[in-house]
Design a protein around this ligand. Structure first.
Ligand code: NAD
Ligand code: FE2
Length: 381
């Protein structure tokens, strides 16, 4: 068995109405001047949290809203602004876009490092500020992961920083914060969370500890995603998805994702396709490429999705991928790259760009060359 280290926030609260508890936690940590990072569409859902901050005597300033996947330029502007103020803690309440910005601000406001210096693994020297994260999508799992991702528009690449210092001090996962997520975002973010679980379970560095989270996350998301897409106020389905997303996030530190995410990055980097949509679209195609490398693992994924084990592991694995394609169609997610206005002649460039994401490709169960990547994009076109 491989050795493994789990790095998680020392406090993870989960449950309906747990969000306002973050104020007491911040006050106990001695935070008095808080930077609040959020997005415009989330603000109506977090009045209770803002009230409890005020009750705890915490003064907060609102950073500029992060309404879409953040760029390096936006982040640098926000960093300059934050450095000019006096803050002793950061609270991120939003989807992965907001949380990643909150994590990076908490890490860099008091340091001398630039964000470009910390892209990669273990480049961040330290984080001085308290950091608390509340996810409002179910989703990225960024509230518990050691990762943060920005779009570098100059290089047309999504770039990630990975560091133990990017793990929050506390995560409060309140499914009620996700009730207002629109159907298309519910679908894409849910399939992203499902992809985290599948890629961590069927991974070169898979580990029994992480398998537990991954399989449970696959079951929860598979059984509840369509329900939540069709009825956003289905509180039970929302809670199941929030839990599945949390499990997916807990997979990201110790094992992380693989070729689906690596191939999805150029779609975000060059064509600004949302992270969840990029992953959802590529998932069945990459799995079809992969599953001969570990039929038993993919058969277990299929079983967790709810597919009956029938015939050989390879056959069951195939049925699992068919199930995923159907799930994605039922959720109304785009099925083809051509639907996203991506020109076919962009494929060779995207395959080249995907090859740069070595930190994830190294996890893939089947080695994937640039030609293979181009074939996967062709299959998805
Ligand atoms: N750090 C990590 O571990 C990690 C993991 C995976 C992805 N990511 C990154 O996270 C980003 C994507 O995050 P995401 O998929 O959560 O989407 P997102 O944060 O970009 O949110 C998508 C849209 O939904 C809106 N929204 C969010 N919560 C809402 C709510 N409760 N009600 C109404 N609208 C709401 C947002 O304002 C935004 O317009 C990408 O940049 C991706 O690269 C990070
Ligand atoms: Fe993801």
């Amino acid at each position: 068995m491989n050795p493994i280290t789990l790095l998680q926030p020392p406090r993870i609260a989960f449950g309906n109405r747990c969000a306002p508890q973050c104020a007491e936690f911040l006050a106990q940590r001695g935070v008095r001047n808080l930077l609040l990072v959020s997005s415009t569409s989330v603000l109506p859902a977090i009045r209770g949290v803002l009230d409890s901050l005020t009750k705890e005597g915490i003064h907060f300033i609102q950073a500029r809203p992060v309404d879409r996947e953040p760029t390096v330029r936006l982040f640098e502007e926000m960093l300059t602004h934050a450095r000019a103020g006096k803050i002793d803690g950061v609270l991120g309440i939003g989807g992965g876009s907001v949380i990643d910005v909150a994590k990076l601000l908490a890490a860099l406001v008091h340091g001398k490092q630039t964000v470009s210096e910390i892209f990669g693994i273990n480049k961040l020297i330290r984080r001085e500020l308290a950091l608390v994260c509340l996810p409002t999508t179910a989703g990225t799992g960024a509230e518990v992961s050691p990762n943060a991702i920005l779009l570098d528009e100059t290089d047309e690449l999504k770039k990630g920083a990975v560091s133990p210092h990017l793990v929050a001090d506390a995560a409060f996962v309140d499914p009620l914060l996700t009730l207002s997520v629109p159907p298309a975002v519910t679908a894409a973010t849910g399939l992203d969370a499902l992809t985290h679980c599948i890629e961590a379970y069927a991974n070169k560095f898979a580990h029994p500890i992480v398998d537990v989270y991954a399989l449970e996350g696959i079951k929860l998301i598979s059984a509840n995603l369509v329900r939540a897409v069709r009825n956003g106020t289905d509180v039970e389905a929302r809670a199941a998805l929030s839990l599945g997303s949390l499990y997916g996030g807990l997979c990201l530190g110790p094992v992380n994702t693989a070729a689906v995410h690596a191939l999805a990055y150029p779609l975000g980097g060059r064509f600004h396709i949302a992270h969840g949509v990029s992953n959802a679209l590529l998932l069945p195609h990459v799995l079809r490429f992969n599953f001969s490398a570990a039929p038993d693992r993919y058969a277990n994924v299929a079983a967790a999705l709810g597919v009956a084990k029938n015939g050989s592991p390879l056959t069951t694995a195939g049925h699992g991928v068919d199930f995923l394609s159907q799930l994605s169609r039922d959720c109304g997610v785009p099925q083809k790259l051509s639907e996203l206005n991506i020109p076919r002649d962009a494929i060779p460039g995207m395959a080249r760009a995907a090859m740069q994401v070595t930190r994830l490709l190294k996890n893939n169960l089947r080695p994937l060359t640039e030609e293979d990547a181009a074939r996967v994009y062709e299959a998805a076109y």
